[in-house]
Structures are given as structure tokens and as C-alpha cells.
Write a protein of this length. Structure first.
Lengths: 237, 181
């Protein structure tokens, strides 16, 4: 880290009350030596004062509305403050979501008939609850394939959809991610930077954990029968 | 008894079907959660909708809440995720509002500071979501680096990197508008 970057970091740590005694001593020495650093400190302190000085807005007191909705047992339908247009959009979205849920449900019923659930599989499913609600950061499609990537903090859920009944591989840049979990369990070729499924009988989800030192942009690749089928570009910053 | 303990007791009561206990959690967290969402989505009407949705989603998924974690980390995370989902859904048909409804403390402040504050709000709303969420959790919810890391499920190093970059981007935006930060 160059002296300038270190000075900047120390100034930010100090204004956030996150600096150690040692950091503060180091900062004092750097400030004593550099007029530029003192100007930067003034600017950052002024900005932080402005940010901290923005008054809080009064909340709309939603308790009664929320408890009333929950009491009616309709926790999945929040509509009282939506405009008519948004209501229509919401209804359309719910119709699509409902069809997806029904499809997944049917798929899972079929799957349960075929396989008994192992303890490890059960816990993996528990850990993935809510993955489909993570924000989508990449969604690419080409003929017969779709590759969706969702993000939740440092976790990335990779969800390939392939119409062909063929082996598929999800490959990522080694050093950027660690494999956290995969469902269904990969059937072949599992190593540090890819997982392979002989064929998908149900929707697959691969959870990748971003390494703390990984920044910039990276690609996640979908291969079908060994052929490059789709690339999802992901910004890690 | 500290707030974490009060949260834990309220959640236990919720899980036993006591709806009023969830009301106490709403009372405790509505203000900071609403303000965090308001600065994420940039529009009071949307913030109201997302805030309501976030609390209802929290109630719906209370069984999956890990009691070893702090409740506030969890509810802020739900709120940030709901905000991001909302923004992604809205992005195609509505621009962000650039004037948030702050109460103004006095006429002199209204006259002198309103424009500067408006530029600051606008600059915050134009930050990338990753930078904006860290900045909001730091300055409007007043969480420490460690707490922000817990909410966003990232490392403290990532929190620092994003926060410092966010401030740098804000300074540049304010300078571009003639407001030296």
C-alpha cells in the first residue's frame, strides 16, 4: 500500500472511530509531514459531518398495517400502498412466480419419488432457503440455455437451465471463488474451479463464496456436453 | 436488560404465536429500517412499501432466523435485500426521486443548506448499490464496520474498501457540482 493510500485509510478509520491508538499515532505523524494529507482530512471530515448531519425521516408508523396483514394471514401480499399500475405489475409477477413455484413443486415431488433424502442433502437445502429471492446480478440466455447468477453479500448462486439432456459443467475462475455447496450433488468432475452434472433432472443451484481478496470482474461459464454455452460476467466490487 | 436480550425474548414470543411481540420489534426497528430503505430506494412511497414488505417477510421467515445472530443484523439484511430487489424491478420504468422528505430544522438552514443537501442526496442515490448500502448502514443506521460486515455477509476489509470508495465518489460528485466536501 502506498503512503497516500495508507494515509487515506487512516483518516477514514479515525473519522469512524475505528482507528486503534497505534493508528492514531501513525496518522498524526503522517499529517504533520503532509499538507496534502491535512487538506484531505478536512475534506473527509466535512463530508462525514454532512452525512451524519442529514436528519432522519419520520417513519410512516406501519405497525398496525403490518400486524393487520399478518393477522389476515396474507404475508405474501402487500398491496395497500401500491398504485394501480404497480398492482397490475404485481399481479402479473405473482402469476409468473406462482407458475414457477408450481413447476418446481411438481419437479420436487417427482424427485422425491426417485431418491431418498440423505441428512447432508437436507441440511444443504436448509442453507439454501431464500436463494431464489437473492437479487439477480447476471442473466444470460442463448438457444436452449440460460445462466442466472444471484448475489447475497459474498455468496453467489449460479443457476443453469438447460433444455438438452446432456452433461453440464459450471466453471469459474480459480482464486476468485470457493465452492460453498451444490444441489443436486455434482456427479462428476468436481474440482477447485468447476462442477459437472451428468444431466439435470431438476433445477441446479451452485453456491460460490467470493474470496475476500477477489475484486474486479470475472466470468462464470456454462458448458453443455463440453461445449461453451454461456458466460455470465460478474462485477465483484 | 439490553436490546439484544429484549429482541430474543420478543422473537421467542413471536414463535409461540404472540403477534403483539412482533409489534414491539416493529416499534424498535421501524425508524432505522425505514430510513435505511428510504436512502436505498430514494422515494418515500416506495420506501413505505418496501419497509412493510421487509417486516412481513421477516415475520414469515422467523422460523429460519438463527438466534445466534443479532436480530438487527438480520432485519437490516432483509431490508437491504428487499430494497435491491425493488430497485432492480423498478429500474426499467421509473427514475429515482432526487429529493427525500427530510424535516428541515430552521429557515436559515433551509436557505443555506438545502441545495448542498439536495446534491448530497442525489449523489448518494447515484452510487452503486454495494457502495450505497455500506454508506447507509454506516451513516444512517450508525453500525460499526464489524456490524456492517455481519449484515451484508462480507468481510470487514470489503466494508472498509466500499465505504472509502463511496465517500471518494461522493466527494467527486459534490466537487463536480461546485460543492467542495
Amino acid at each position: 500500500m502506498s503512503p497516500d493510500e495508507r494515509t487515506t485509510e487512516l483518516i477514514h478509520l479515525a473519522v469512524d472511530n475505528e482507528a486503534t491508538e497505534r493508528d492514531l499515532v501513525e496518522l498524526d505523524e503522517l499529517l504533520a509531514r503532509s499538507a496534502e494529507a491535512r487538506v484531505m482530512q478536512d475534506e473527509i471530515e466535512d463530508l462525514v459531518r454532512q452525512l451524519n448531519g442529514l436528519p432522519a425521516a419520520e417513519p410512516p408508523h406501519l405497525k398496525e398495517a403490518i400486524l393487520s396483514e399478518i393477522g389476515r394471514g396474507s404475508t405474501s401480499n402487500v398491496t395497500p400502498f401500491r398504485s394501480r399500475r404497480r398492482r397490475l405489475i404485481a399481479i402479473a409477477a405473482w402469476a409468473v412466480a406462482a407458475s414457477i413455484v408450481v413447476g418446481i413443486g411438481i419437479n420436487r415431488i417427482i424427485e422425491r419419488r426417485d431418491h431418498s433424502v440423505q441428512p447432508g442433502q437436507a441440511s444443504a437445502s436448509m442453507a439454501r432457503l431464500g436463494v431464489d429471492e437473492w437479487p439477480v446480478v447476471s442473466d444470460v440466455s442463448s438457444t436452449g440455455v440460460r445462466l442466472v447468477v444471484r448475489q447475497n453479500g459474498d455468496l453467489y448462486a449460479v443457476q443453469p437451465v438447460v433444455s438438452a439432456h446432456a452433461p453440464i459443467t459450471i466453471r469459474w475462475e480459480a482464486g476468485r471463488f470457493d465452492l460453498s455447496e451444490a444441489s443436486p450433488a455434482p456427479e462428476a468432475g468436481r474440482d477447485a474451479a468447476e462442477v459437472t452434472f451428468s444431466a439435470l433432472k431438476k433445477p441446479a443451484t451452485i453456491i460460490l463464496s467470493r474470496r475476500p481478496d477477489a475484486f474486479g470482474t470475472t466470468d462464470v461459464q456454462l458448458l453443455v456436453a463440453g461445449n461453451d454455452a454461456a458466460h455470465a460476467s460478474i462485477a465483484l466490487d | 436488560m439490553d436490546e439484544e436480550e429484549l429482541d430474543r425474548i420478543a422473537i421467542e414470543r413471536c414463535r409461540k404465536g404472540d403477534l403483539e411481540a412482533f409489534g414491539t420489534l416493529i416499534d424498535r426497528y421501524e425508524r432505522p429500517v425505514f430510513n435505511a430503505i428510504l436512502h436505498m430506494v430514494g422515494n418515500p412511497e416506495d420506501a413505505r412499501e418496501v419497509c412493510q414488505q421487509a417486516f412481513m417477510k421477516a415475520f414469515e421467515h422467523l422460523d429460519s432466523y438463527d438466534a445466534k445472530r443479532k436480530f438487527f443484523s438480520w432485519i437490516y439484511r432483509v431490508a437491504i435485500n428487499e430494497s435491491i430487489n425493488h430497485m432492480k424491478a423498478r429500474r426499467t420504468y421509473e427514475p429515482l426521486s432526487e429529493a427525500l422528505p427530510y424535516p428541515l430544522p430552521n429557515p436559515a438552514e433551509q436557505y443555506e443548506g438545502a441545495e448542498k443537501r439536495r446534491h448530497l442526496q442525489t449523489a448518494i442515490l447515484h452510487l452503486d448499490e454495494n457502495y450505497r448500502s455500506v454508506l447507509i448502514l454506516r451513516h444512517f443506521v450508525h453500525l460499526s464496520y464489524r456490524e456492517i460486515a455481519d449484515v451484508l455477509n462480507v468481510s470487514e476489509a470489503t466494508v472498509k474498501s466500499r465505504l472509502f470508495t463511496a465517500r471518494q465518489l461522493l466527494r467527486q460528485a459534490l466537487e463536480a457540482n461546485g460543492h467542495v466536501a
